[in-house]
Design a protein around this ligand. Structure first.
Ligand SMILES: O=P(O)(O)OC[C@H]1O[C@H](O[C@H]2O[C@H](CO)[C@@H](O)[C@H](O)[C@H]2O)[C@H](O)[C@@H](O)[C@@H]1O
Length: 291
């Protein structure tokens, strides 16, 4: 698959003008919108780099997505080029951090955001350097009640099961017949409501967390950190496929690039069909950034 023309053009615009120096009179004038910026490429994992599958532990990036991520990571790791442009790569997922690190095998230097923003870390040559996740005693007690409630919501409903995360519980219904899925989802929503928590509805999942967070908050934090570290305005490319990615699209600003992967309503300005089409777009971006 290839990205649509407008998405490919948007990727080139996001990357900035080509670094042309010869002949001198052909040098492109710097574009104030994109010159001397840091670029933060933040990518969702499931459904965006890795096609959705029935068993979450079996999800894996397509070969093209793998190659694109590795190439961007190599570009992010190189010494800052003469243009002064800085590139950062982040994976932003609903998966918990350990799971995301294992499934993505992200290259050293990649920033990781897990549990929709509740967990953060950075891949280093010796493993993931992760920030501690602290739950208050009240949050601990709520998490225990949440896990019990979600287990009840899944009980007796065909195909439904619950995944526990460090600060959340997730009801999975991908393998459930429609009536069982509907009943389990309604029960999970009731548990969230009883505990005063927000239920996030994704693709065949209902996720309830005891730490208020969203991918929008997470990518804004990544942008702020990049701007603090580099002293440069930071342009953000965010790509995602699910409803929970809309929170990230919602915080994009002029000069940023939002890419929705697959069908469905979205706030993103651009769309590609699938993980391989996104990989092609990321290759276009890498080609331009490499020069
Ligand atoms: O933010 P993401 O990286 O997209 O993670 C969101 C959820 O991804 C996983 O569930 C989804 O992918 C599974 C494997 O393909 C699929 O079986 C499930 O139906 C999808 O919703 C993961 O298991 C969840 O914990 C994440 O929150």
């Amino acid at each position: 698959m290839t990205p649509t023309d407008d998405a490919a053009v948007a990727a080139l615009r996001f990357a900035g003008p080509p670094d042309r120096v010869d002949p001198p009179d052909r040098v492109d004038p710097p574009d104030p919108a994109t010159a001397r910026c840091a670029r933060l490429v933040a990518l969702d994992f499931d459904g965006t780099l890795a096609p959705l599958v029935d068993v979450p532990s079996a999800a894996t990036m397509t070969p093209a997505a793998r190659a694109a991520v590795d190439r961007l990571a190599a570009l992010a790791a190189r010494p800052v080029p003469p243009s002064g442009d800085v590139l950062r790569l982040a994976l932003v997922s609903g998966r918990n951090l350990t799971d995301l690190a294992a499934r993505s095998a992200a290259p050293a230097g990649t920033w990781l955001v897990g549990s929709h923003g509740a967990e953060t870390g950075r891949v280093t040559s010796h493993g993931v350097d992760a920030a501690d996740l602290h739950l208050s005693p009240e949050q601990d007690a709520t998490l225990a009640a949440l896990r019990a409630g979600m287990a009840d919501a899944a009980a007796g409903r065909r195909g439904a099961w619950v995944q526990d995360k460090p600060s959340a519980a997730v009801l999975h219904t991908r393998l459930s017949p429609a009536p069982d899925a509907e009943a389990a989802v309604a029960a999970a929503d009731a548990v969230a409501s009883r505990l005063g928590l927000h239920a996030m509805h994704g693709k065949d999942v209902v996720e309830v967390a005891v730490v208020p967070t969203s991918k929008g908050i997470a990518v804004e934090r990544l942008r702020e950190e990049t701007e603090e570290d580099t002293g440069l305005r930071t342009l953000l490319l965010y790509a995602g496929d699910d409803t929970t990615d809309e929170a990230a699209f919602a915080v994009l600003r002029p000069g940023d690039l939002g890419v929705k992967v697959g069908p469905g309503p979205t706030l993103a300005a651009h769309r590609v069909a699938d993980a391989d089409a996104l990989a092609a777009l990321l290759r276009t971006l890498a080609d331009r950034l490499e020069h």
